[in-house]
Design a protein around this ligand. Sequence first.
Ligand SMILES: Cc1cc2nc3c(=O)[nH]c(=O)nc-3n(C[C@H](O)[C@H](O)[C@H](O)COP(=O)(O)OP(=O)(O)OC[C@H]3O[C@@H](n4cnc5c(N)ncnc54)[C@H](O)[C@@H]3O)c2cc1C
Length: 312
Amino acid sequence: MYDLIVIGGGPAGLTATVYALRKRLNVLLITRDMGGKTNFRLQVPDLEHHLVIDGDEIVSRFVNEIEYLDFARLLDRVTSLEPSEHGYAVTTAGGRRFTARAIIIASGSRPQRLTVPGEREFEMRGLCYSAVSYAPLFMDRSTVVIGDSGLALRAAAELARLGRMVTLVAPGRGQLDSPLGLRLAASANVTILENCQVLRVNGDQYARSLTVSYQGRELELSADAFFVELGLLPATDFAAGVLERDAQGRIAIDQRNRTSAAGIFAAGDVTDLYAEQVLIAIGEGARAALSAYEYLLEQPVPAPAVAATEWR
Ligand SMILES: Cc1cc2nc3c(=O)[nH]c(=O)nc-3n(C[C@H](O)[C@H](O)[C@H](O)COP(=O)(O)OP(=O)(O)OC[C@H]3O[C@@H](n4cnc5c(N)ncnc54)[C@H](O)[C@@H]3O)c2cc1C
């Protein structure tokens, strides 16, 4: 039995794992990949990388450290999490089962895609999913934001602060009646196309335009970059029934990253915390590890420490 299993190797899970290793916990990181969404980087012509805050140095350092300690990580996908004697049992797609006294869920989220022709081709080459991360790059440039939720409106508002022109392609009415939606509608450099559907993404080396359907016609919208802000889908299916999630499937946590289930902690984009950013995920991962550590200090230690049937 492990002291701690961390699920997910993005910035939150990597940080939690390194903290747990430093505390000399018997920890296993189970993740589909190392780095999570930090493996995605927007490419646009004349990109000034120094303007993007991406936490790259610390994420790379933690990836290297954990890759070296191969006993502490397993590349696999967690399919279920359930209570077991003295803690929790985790099952993976590879058919393995592990038990731990405490769990940190850091399985993040993935952006909802447009699913139109050209999207995959131009993904991260002019077409991206995190306007809040890249807005400073688009001073005096034109951008398109797709979505009508609060996420999309915040993206459009941020891009409009510095940019020349923002076009909001709104599939429906969504949050357009909110105070931010009304403010955007009154902004001189924002155009809102309501009930507008994206048909395809066009480009050469980079995405250059969208073909959209608007008021019964096909329009071509050209811009310097295109941000799909339809929403984030948290990876929490494996934890359904074990702990509380909000309407969007995100895990509810308190100020110590505790979930509604004793001994299960969560950190990063998978939680209901504000702002999906690498530095926030790193901080949350650190706090979840410290909180789990304190929890473990209070628990009786079952024997034996590592069951013979478990992978090591
Ligand atoms: C395109 C894009 C660009 C971005 N650019 C920036 C930027 O420049 N700066 C910035 O601050 N933020 C940026 N962000 C946001 C930032 O990437 C996230 O906030 C951050 O990565 C969240 O970290 P996380 O560890 O919570 O989750 P994630 O990075 O999503 O990592 C989750 C991890 O869990 C693993 N996982 C998921 N399900 C399972 C499972 N069932 N079993 C095992 N493992 C699982 C995944 O494989 C992954 O390793 C960007 C986001 C996107 C989408």
